[in-house]
Design a protein around this ligand. Structure first.
Ligand code: ATP
Length: 515
């Protein structure tokens, strides 16, 4: 039996994840044979299982196992007035900056710059130029290095001050013509302008202004627009939630970091409606905790999770508070799940724009009012990347002969692992072993995603399963057919420990761990 030694994170974890995702069929570039399309991805045979398991776990815990949340599924293309009322037509934009020479486009809030300030022998501080860098884990260091280089290049004497990075939205008009483009090194950048991120299309045969429609940039509006339908038909009473999962589309200026920020992605959102007099802060806290606990239940470690409260002065006027659950991705700590207290803004907007009142009559208080809402909104693709990030490890293992090798292991929770059990006959040319293995495989397959593999040395087969996150391998060996009890070898992925187990015990283990 092999034993794991210290696990080490590879030097470039992101590269390792992208490579594993491609090699083992989790994620491919969309339209790869045509060179790919930036910001779009396909999920392969294992990826689609992992994604479905995450979605199903969310749905089970958020909808089916709760008495106060119901699910819906709304259309991707909705009436264009929805997006006028929600504020997306006027305001769903990012600040865009063009490089006039290279034609590169940047999000102004992700493009950083700093004046290069040098103090001469006379004690006078002077700005001798500007440097720029794209946002990264080490933006300030990049800017400092660029400032030092500029000082050297211009052969300026004196003491260089530490750079004070600002993003391009904060650039003064007179600075814009001095800040170098990251692509050309020359001041070729345009002032920022608002770029609406909704994808437009046309409904019907006409392609004029009257037929313009949008691919939804979020699923949330479906819950608001169907609020009355659910209330009138669903026997719901406050507080209650409406949830849905589905595709959303945003024409992101700079899709990046693999599936973290793409142009087509899947969201899992829930609108939790509360009484207007209810304590919104209590519910907000409740849902933040719920979301964190849920992330842990699918295997994300507490050490990778944190909270970020949006600054009061940066919130939309109607917002009471937003807290993001942050995750430590390989490229830095970033938003995973946003939990927003949105007051009654959305229903109020739709009531005003449609003329249809969005009120509810509360039996308990005998009051009619527009309820307030708490919205936990998360991206499924981001959770997918988070579980790969947290689960991936390269370990040095030593076998019984003393040989050391590296094993790649994906420590996925059994709840979401694409394959739950691999069934392995020890030898493929021993009919009895194969027959017993196939019978077990068939039986397991009725309930679980299992994989049958009879090719190659048993150690190699274990490694193949480790790499895709299969929690357990079951080997049908000579003890199975020769000894009493019909037991198999159960090999556990993380510890690599082995023990004997009966079929009934195996089903009991799965029943307990896969839910
Ligand atoms: P960001 O600040 O990262 O652009 P956001 O605050 O605009 O995100 P929301 O509108 O709150 O995001 O969307 C809810 C969730 O949807 C986010 O927490 C994230 O998990 C996911 N999400 C948003 N945009 C994308 C995207 N382009 N690709 C993948 N997931 C996304």
């Amino acid at each position: 039996m092999s034993s794991p030694a210290a696990a080490a994170e590879p030097a470039n974890l992101m590269e390792a994840l992208v490579s594993l995702a491609k090699r083992r069929g989790f994620v491919f570039q969309s339209s790869e044979i045509y060179g790919g399309l930036n910001g779009f991805f396909d999920y392969g045979p294992l990826g689609v299982e992992l994604k479905k398991n995450i979605r199903d776990c969310w749905w089970a815990d958020m909808v089916r196992r709760r008495d106060d949340v119901v699910g819906i599924e709304t259309s991707i293309i909705m009436h264009p007035k929805v997006w006028e009322a929600s504020g997306h037509v006027a305001g769903f934009s990012d600040p865009l900056v063009d490089c006039k020479v290279s034609k590169n486009r940047y999000r102004a809030d992700q493009l950083f710059f700093a004046p290069v300030v040098v103090t001469g022998a006379d004690g006078i501080a002077q700005t001798v130029g500007y440097v720029s860098a794209l946002e990264s884990e080490k933006t300030a260091e990049d800017l400092q290095a660029a400032a030092e280089q500029l000082k050297r290049k211009k052969a300026i004497q004196g003491t260089l001050a530490a750079v004070q990075p600002r993003d391009f939205t904060e650039a003064k008009p007179e600075e814009i013509s001095l800040i170098p483009s990251p692509a050309t090194g020359n001041p070729d950048l345009t002032p920022p302008r608002a770029f609406n991120m909704m994808f437009q299309t046309n409904v019907g045969a006409m392609t004029d202004a009257s037929s313009v429609a949008y691919l939804r940039p979020e699923t949330a509006q479906g819950m608001f627009v169907d609020f009355k339908n659910v209330v009138d038909t669903g026997r719901v009473k406050l507080p209650f939630g409406i949830a849905q999962t589905g595709k959303s589309f945003r024409n992101e200026i700079t899709p990046r970091n693999f599936i973290f920020r793409s142009r087509e992605f899947e969201q899992m959102e829930m609108e939790f409606f509360i009484h207007e007099d209810d304590d919104w802060a209590k519910w907000h806290r409740y849902w933040i905790n719920w979301c964190k606990d849920w992330l842990k239940s699918i295997g994300l470690p507490d050490s990778h999770l944190s909270e970020y409260d949006h600054l009061k002065e940066k919130l939309a006027f109607y917002s009471k508070g937003t807290t993001d659950i942050m995750f430590k991705f390989p490229f830095g700590v970033q938003e995973l799940w946003g939990i927003a207290a949105r007051g009654n803004y959305d229903l109020g907007q739709h009531a005003a724009a449609s003329g249809v009142p969005q009120t509810i009559f509360d039996e308990a208080s005998k009051k009619k009012f527009v309820p307030h809402v708490i919205e936990p909104a998360v991206g499924l693709d981001r959770i997918f990347l988070a579980v790969l990030t947290a689960g991936y490890a390269e370990e040095q293992v030593t076998d019984e002969k003393g040989n050391t090798e590296t094993r790649t292991v994906l420590r996925l929770s059994p709840r979401i692992a694409p394959v739950k059990v691999a069934v392995l006959p020890l030898l493929k040319n021993k009919e009895q072993l194969v027959a017993r293995a196939q019978a077990l495989h068939k039986k397991l397959q009725r309930r679980y995603a299992v994989f049958y593999d009879e090719g190659g040395a048993i150690g190699k087969r274990y490694r193949r399963q480790d790499e895709i996150g299969t929690p357990w391998c079951v080997t049908i060996d000579f003890d199975t057919i020769e000894k009493e009890g019909d037991t198999f070898t159960l090999r556990e992925r993380d510890s690599m420990a082995q023990r004997r187990i009966t079929e009934a015990e195996l089903f009991a283990l799965l029943e307990e761990q896969v839910y």
